[in-house]
Design a protein around this ligand. Sequence first.
Ligand SMILES: Cc1cc2nc3c(=O)[nH]c(=O)nc-3n(C[C@H](O)[C@H](O)[C@H](O)COP(=O)(O)O)c2cc1C
Length: 224
Amino acid sequence: MSEGEQGFVRLVFRELPIEEMHESAEAFYELMDGRRTTRHFSDRAVPRELIEAAVRTASTAPSGAHLQPWTFVAISDQALKSKIREAAEDEERRFYEDRIPDAWKEVLDPLGTDHVKEHITEAPWVVVLFRHSQRERPSGEMAPTYYSQESCGIAAGLFVAAIHNMGLVTLTHTPSPMGFLRDILGRPEHEHAMLLLPVGFPAEDAMVPDIQRKAVEDVLVWRE
Ligand SMILES: Cc1cc2nc3c(=O)[nH]c(=O)nc-3n(C[C@H](O)[C@H](O)[C@H](O)COP(=O)(O)O)c2cc1C
């Protein structure tokens, strides 16, 4: 590929000295290892610019055929949050009371979750990530997207990392099922709610489950 070829620009790449690579890798690991899912939020305000920065970061994610098949809806309107909480609790009540399979209950019990979702109304922001199963051509005609689940999963990971990096907390909440979010938020048919992410400061007395992460030996297999 030659310089100046139409449609291409030179890769911007800054090589770090090897020492700095190690330091940077360890520092980022330490930062991310301190992230915890928080279910108790303060109602303290968070500037909308911080939410926008997190979405800008999420939107740098790689995506299948660069379709960026996501929409983030950022909600601070209290009446809308109450409506979402009510609908989420309705679904979750049915889930916890009737639909929850035993094997799922077994792994949820230690986390102490239930159908009460006060984080939706307590956190200053609720961000809902919608995955696009189709894209709209400029003509208005619909066409497929590719690897939208994987792409949105990566975007969500970057969002969560950005929120942690800026000193806020979030929760990757998946009300089951969550079709109601499309209706309440007026999104089109080809957009599917994937995650509901309250964002804010933790409550003063926020508690988290005492859990351990797998050791790297348990999640990494070498073939050298
Ligand atoms: C895809 C996904 C769905 C999740 N759904 C819920 C949920 O609906 N409610 C909840 O309280 N936590 C939910 N969690 C949070 C997990 O329970 C949490 O990440 C896990 O217990 C590990 O804790 P940590 O994030 O503090 O490391 C979800 C996490 C992921 C990645």
